[in-house]
Design a protein around this ligand. Structure first.
Ligand code: ADP
Length: 147
């Protein structure tokens, strides 16, 4: 390849990566989990975002590090207050689908100024969370292409 050609190959490779090819494992908690338990979970699983689900296993909330920090401020009893009080809820959750292009998900992260997107599969009215796209996911995909 000439420089120009390999650039074009690279660009078309980047454009064609699907979310499903690079997504990582989502960490899910029930929406009645306490703020305290959520903090423990975030450390144990070594992630920056947790997703809250309801009894039907459907996505109902996003919990970020700053959400948990906010939850520990004020007079909250963090062993009692559930994450449902502090999480970002529908319809304000930005999601993506396994068949979306990774470049679309990357754009959403920039546009919405967030660190991650849940990857969702809808069936029978249930939004099942099957993955997670983060800034790390995108950086890894980028590095893999270069190597
Ligand atoms: P942090 O707050 O730890 O810096 P984020 O930048 O991801 O992490 O989160 C900023 C805010 O955006 C938080 O209130 C969080 O709940 C919310 N948020 C994070 N991811 C999403 C998402 N996919 N859809 C909607 N809101 C989100």
């Amino acid at each position: 390849y000439t420089g120009k050609e390999s650039e074009e190959v690279m660009t078309s490779k980047v454009r064609n990566i699907l979310v499903s090819e690079v997504q990582s494992v989502p960490i899910l908690i029930k929406q009645d989990t306490s703020i305290y338990e959520a903090i423990v979970k975030m450390f144990l699983e070594d992630v920056g975002t947790l997703y809250a689900i309801d009894e039907e296993q459907s996505l109902v909330g996003v919990i970020s590090r700053k959400d948990l920090l906010r939850g520990t401020m004020g007079s909250n009893d963090i062993e009692k207050v559930p994450v449902s009080v502090i999480m970002t809820r529908k319809p304000n959750i930005t999601i993506c689908y396994p068949n979306d292009l990774l470049i679309y998900a990357a754009n959403q992260l920039i546009e919405k100024q967030i660190d991650s997107l849940p990857v969702v599969e809808e069936h029978d009215g249930v939004d099942k969370v099957i993955g997670r796209v983060t800034k790390t996911t995108i950086t890894r995909a980028f590095v893999n292409l270069m190597e």
